[in-house]
Design a protein around this ligand. Structure first.
Ligand code: SF4
Length: 327
């Protein structure tokens, strides 16, 4: 099968000042990352805050243009940001943010916002667009009588449903969801995640699902990429990553996942500070927190290697079965 989206050797560096008079420091948010998304699949991207996963998500859509590397959607290179070709392509790839209130226009009704992409891309007649808005509202579980309401008149969960309906209006082939349930009540999270899974099947689209919450990702993802300080440190099928993680960072993350009805056993507590992209350690960036670090880790960064069938990891202590993967 041919990939829907291919990203190769993506890098993004921000210049960040740590004080008004301070000189800007380069912060490598995304460092030489390659990913592939197949049609209809869900790629989960996990990592703590500061790992670069949101930047990567925006880069995949061309919203945050890559400074190095390239993104191809259906084999075509991503056109420059805001060009006519990019705007046309945006109909095929949509983004769902964490904060639905910020994503919605407070002055427009829910129906108007869901129909906006149809108006912009001039899809169908006025009557067809109205019918499609009704259909989208039903698909995400919003009632007809909510069509004329404004964002502040809905609950957080209903607002996120409206955002998702708007994202689906152009029938995208790729939906990038960046922490789509992080701002919702725990009781609502599972409903929205299950709905996304159903919609993905119904609409036959691929998803990139970005989250710091492993149990949510386990629920939706076919494959998982684990990020640490701008790099992918492990990638594989969701089943293998959660059943037998290889990289020490993934092991620590997975060990902290609660299992219903069971006390946490064998939890690996990570020492040291959470990742700070402004201060990147030498060698393996994870070494100050890694319980298994050896001298080599302090000086040499491990390459991402194939460590099994469709499985990669970047760790000196994980034996690879092939040369380093072209990043
Ligand atoms: Fe730990 Fe070293 Fe492996 Fe990095 S390379 S994860 S520091 S053992």
């Amino acid at each position: 099968m041919t990939p829907l989206l291919e990203a190769k050797n993506l890098s993004r560096v921000y210049q960040v000042r740590r004080g008004y008079f301070a000189r800007p420091n380069p912060v490598r948010a995304v460092d030489d990352i390659s990913v592939v998304v197949m049609p209809g699949e869900t790629l989960g991207i996990v990592g703590e805050s500061g790992s670069g996963k949101s930047t990567l998500g925006r880069m995949l859509l061309g919203i945050d243009p890559a400074q190095a590397g390239e993104v191809k959607l259906e084999h075509k290179p991503m056109p420059p940001l805001r060009s006519a070709q990019w705007r046309a392509l945006r109909a095929k790839m949509q983004l769902v943010y964490q904060d639905p209130l910020a994503a919605l226009d407070r002055r427009l009704t829910i129906a108007a916002q869901i129909g906006e992409p149809l108006d912009i891309h001039q899809i169908g007649t006025k009557e067809q667009r109205t019918a499609q808005v009704e259909e989208l509202m039903a698909a995400v579980g919003l009632r007809r009588d909510q069509a004329g309401r404004y964002p502040h008149e809905l609950s957080g969960g209903q607002r996120q449903r409206a955002v998702i309906a708007r994202a689906l209006a152009t029938r995208p082939s790729l939906l990038v969801c960046d922490e789509p349930v992080a701002a919702l009540d725990v009781s609502i999270q599972a409903q929205v995640v299950n709905m996304l899974r159903d919609l993905q099947e119904q609409y036959g689209m691929a998803m990139v699902f970005i989250s710091h919450d492993l149990k949510v990702v386990r629920n939706v993802a076919d494959r998982v990429a684990v990020m640490y300080l701008g790099k992918i440190v492990e990638e594989g099928s969701s089943d293998t990553i959660f059943r037998s993680p290889r990289h020490p960072y993934t092991k620590a993350l997975v060990s902290s996942m609660p299992v219903p009805g069971k006390q946490l056993q064998g939890r690996i507590i990570l020492q040291g500070e959470p990742p700070n992209p402004a201060v990147r350690p030498t060698g393996c960036a994870f070494h100050p927190r890694c319980p298994l670090a050896i001298d080599l880790c302090r000086t040499n960064a491990p390459a991402l290697r194939r460590v099994g069938v469709q499985r990669t990891a970047a760790c000196h202590l994980v034996a690879g079965d092939a040369a380093a993967v072209a990043a």
